[in-house]
Design a protein around this ligand. Structure first.
Ligand SMILES: C[S@@+](CC[C@H](N)C(=O)[O-])C[C@H]1O[C@@H](n2cnc3c(N)ncnc32)[C@H](O)[C@@H]1O
Length: 327
């Protein structure tokens, strides 16, 4: 590929997420579960303009998401299967989330973030992302479903990265709807869990623990991780601290430190060098949307040390996540 072709591909990459968001929004992958269908048949089922839907599906098929057969019917490909609803591996919610207004519009002002270091989200919407989600339940539901599924493949390797057997109670700080804690409680039948979350997230967490048959072993606590955390023997915190500045993250870690036990920070850590890594662009999402940052292993260690912890080890869990253990 020439440099011009490569740059063209990068620049026009912006066309892809909205196409995937549209097919996810209309549930096209679910419609194709039983049999291939034409765009006309699909449009009839989902309430779309047939020609417009055909154009979107043709574009998606050109990048391997669905395929059009010789009879003009669309079929699921391995990638398109991931856009089906339900199940821990579904990426349908993520496909919708990345093109939602709060996660898309602020990028129009990325130069402002680069100039000031501040998230363009704040100047676009006048509030932080979590305050925005607190008043936009539909967007919050898509965000919550994305949080529950997008990193689903990382939960087991994160739990496997540390020996939790010495702990009676583990607190998952900002634990979302509980996927990591469910993995932990399943792996360690004697551990009890506490999930700290914003009030609005707890119904989804309750439903997830009930579905997993673990509701009797967990306490769901509504609270603010900047203020205080419930008592426990160890504290897990995954994918939360990167949403915040160093000062804010240190405040959260100090609240955990006041709670007692060791802290286990699961985050994506930026490797040295020029090689591509998920964290390098996730970091840009943090810059523009959340106002936080992805960090290197050294930076994460310094951050927990600033809150009074002693970093002990960093274990790489999978290609995205590492677990920093500090006490
Ligand atoms: C990116 S999600 C990560 C969720 C979960 N740990 C995971 O990795 O799947 C960050 C979570 O922090 C929660 N959160 C944000 N602000 C919070 C606060 N002040 N106190 C407690 N939880 C908060 C959000 O509701 C959200 O579920």
């Amino acid at each position: 590929m020439t440099a011009r072709q490569q740059l063209t591909q990068y620049l026009t990459g912006k066309w892809i997420p909205p196409v995937l968001a549209a097919v996810a929004e209309f549930g096209i992958a679910d419609e194709l579960t039983d049999k291939p269908l034409t765009a006309d048949e699909l449009a009839d089922r989902v309430g779309a303009d047939p020609r417009a839907l055909y154009r979107v599906l043709r574009a998606a098929a050109s990048i391997g998401v669905f395929a059009e057969d010789s009879d003009g019917r669309f079929v699921l490909t391995e990638t398109a299967e991931l856009l089906r609803s339900g199940g821990p591996g579904s990426m349908r919610a993520a496909a919708r989330m990345f093109a939602l207004e709060p996660f898309w519009t602020p990028y129009a002002r990325i130069a402002e973030s680069v100039r000031t270091g501040e998230p363009a989200f704040a100047s676009t919407f006048g509030v932080s992302i979590y305050d925005y989600l607190g008043t936009h339940p539909d967007d919050a539901a898509v965000f919550g479903a994305t949080v529950a599924t997008f990193h689903g493949q990382a939960m087991a390797p994160i739990v496997a990265a540390h020996d939790f057997s010495a702990y009676g109670t583990v607190v998952d700080v900002g634990g979302g709807s509980g996927e990591l804690l469910i993995e932990l409680l399943t792996a360690y039948p004697t551990i009890r869990g506490v999930l700290l979350e914003l009030d609005a997230v707890l119904p989804a967490a309750r439903a997830a623990f009930e579905a997993a048959g673990l509701i009797d072993r967990v306490q769901l606590v509504a609270g603010d991780f900047f203020t205080a955390v419930p008592a426990g023997d160890a504290y897990l915190i995954k994918s939360c601290l990167h949403n915040f500045t160093d000062d804010q993250a240190t405040r959260i870690l100090r609240a955990i430190r006041a709670g007692g036990g060791p802290v286990l920070v699961a985050e994506t850590m930026i490797p040295a060098g020029n090689a591509p890594h998920y964290s390098k662009f996730d970091d840009i999402e943090m810059l523009v949307i959340a106002g936080g940052a992805d960090r290197t292993e050294r930076e994460w260690s310094d951050l927990v040390a600033a809150a009074g912890f002693t970093p002990r080890e960093v274990v790489q869990c999978d290609e995205r996540f590492s677990l920093l253990v500090a006490d």
